[in-house]
Design a protein around this ligand. Structure first.
Ligand SMILES: [Zn+2]
Length: 408
């Protein structure tokens, strides 16, 4: 994609940028630095893709990223926040006077589907942006942060709780997609597990002695399915049965389900959780089974920082992309970037790695290792690096971003 842009008569990033002030000159050098490391970044992203690791087991991915950062003079701290696969890497020659920007790497895969969310590309793009800025002498502090377990683990949340986002002026990352869009909102999510305990009995010889825990789980599903008609359009309820008993001739004494509840606003999510808990109580009363509810993890909704998203958009445009937004449109996905966006200004543009693909599918995993995927990763690395340069050198931008974050 970037080589195409350079040939474009209207949008030639390097020639346009060199012609104007020092910010543009620095951007042109960062673009050149990323072009110079493209094959290395592609190799890293393909290596991570080839070795999919689920949440908090990302030893291989974390290892390669830390090795690359160390080799380029970054000071790498790992483990962090009690997570073996979390790291914080600080670029050499930081300038305390400038902004402190963090490029966030994700690298966890999905069970069975591998890199069907393209986190291998997120890792490579954030790595590339950080390395490039260190190389060109960024007038501020560059951090590359390894945030594990995005797929239902919440590595960013744990890093926030450990104080690792304190003092960061902006957190930047991209997410592979089927579209180019900046500044979409994301839903808050609560993950809930319910384990029902009943009483085992022979299902044919003495069923009257049993208490059927699976019936309790099915009752929760029926209640949630009934509820679905009466909740707001922009909410989501979806679950799976994770334990449904051992044999049909044994009344299941244990059964369990896992539900994700999502809503645009935290208040409404809290209401959905209450309704869910009522469904669980109803199942207990109806079946006699006893429930234990475990709050597994939760993500906050995403706060959209308009001036920051607009800066990302302008840079993507210079690179030849035409992203939609920022409109603050509602998306029905969730991520722990939501939690990060509540505490620091955060950019999370969606940038297409293919058409007609959908998240968490085998097709998306294919796109995440395609040529187009690698091209998008390089464009993303450039746009993120350029945005960090804007934060340091574009007069008033950082102030505007801070004001927007504070809601002023
Ligand atoms: Zn993802």
């Amino acid at each position: 994609m970037d080589s195409l842009c350079i040939r474009s008569p209207i949008l030639s990033p390097v020639s346009v940028l060199v012609a104007t002030g020092s910010s543009d000159e620095l951007k042109a050098r960062a673009i050149k630095a990323i072009d110079g490391m493209r094959s290395r970044l592609a190799r890293i992203s393909l290596d991570i893709h080839k070795h999919p690791e689920i949440r908090f087991e990302e030893q291989h991915a974390c290892g390669i990223l830390c090795k690359e950062l160390k080799a380029n003079g970054f000071k790498v701290r790992r483990p962090m926040a009690g997570m073996e696969t979390a790291f914080v890497a600080t670029a050499p020659r930081a300038k305390a006077a400038g902004p402190r920007v963090a490029f966030l790497c994700e690298y966890d895969a999905l069970p069975e589907l591998g890199h069907a969310c393209g986190h291998n590309l997120i890792a490579a793009a954030s790595l590339g942006a950080g390395l490039a800025l260190a190389k060109v002498g960024y007038p501020g502090t560059v951090l590359v942060m390894g945030t594990p377990g995005e797929e239902g683990g919440g590595g960013k949340r744990m890093m926030i709780e450990a104080g690792l986002f304190k003092g960061i002026d902006a957190a930047l990352m991209f997410h592979p997609s089927f579209k180019d869009e900046v500044g979409e909102r994301m839903m808050a999510i609560q993950e809930l597990e319910v384990v029902f305990k009943g009483r085992a009995a022979h299902a044919a010889a003495s069923p009257e002695d049993g208490i059927n825990a699976l019936d309790a789980v099915i009752s929760v599903f029926n209640s949630m399915n009934a509820l679905r008609q009466h909740i707001r359009d922009d909410s989501r309820l979806h679950g799976i049965i994770i334990d449904g008993g051992a044999r049909p001739n044994i009344v299941p004494e244990r059964a369990a389900c896992l539900f994700y509840l999502r809503a645009q606003e935290q208040d409404y999510l809290d209401e959905l959780v209450k309704k869910f808990l009522n469904a669980v109580k109803g199942a207990e009363l109806a079946t006699g089974a006893k429930a234990k509810v475990n709050y597994i993890s939760s993500y906050k909704s995403r706060k959209v920082n308009l001036p920051l998203c607009e800066a990302v958009k302008r840079n993507l445009e210079v690179l030849g992309r035409r992203p939609k937004g920022p409109t603050g449109a509602r998306a029905t996905v969730s991520s722990d970037i939501g939690d990060a966006s509540q505490v620091v200004p955060a950019a999370h543009p969606f940038i297409a790695i293919g058409k007609g693909i959908a998240y968490h599918t085998r097709g998306f995993a294919e796109a995440a290792r395609s040529q187009k995927g690698q091209e998008t990763m390089a464009v993303a690395a450039k746009a993120l690096a350029m945005t960090a340069i804007d934060l340091a050198l574009e007069k008033g931008l950082l102030e505007k971003v801070k004001r927007a974050q504070a809601g002023r």
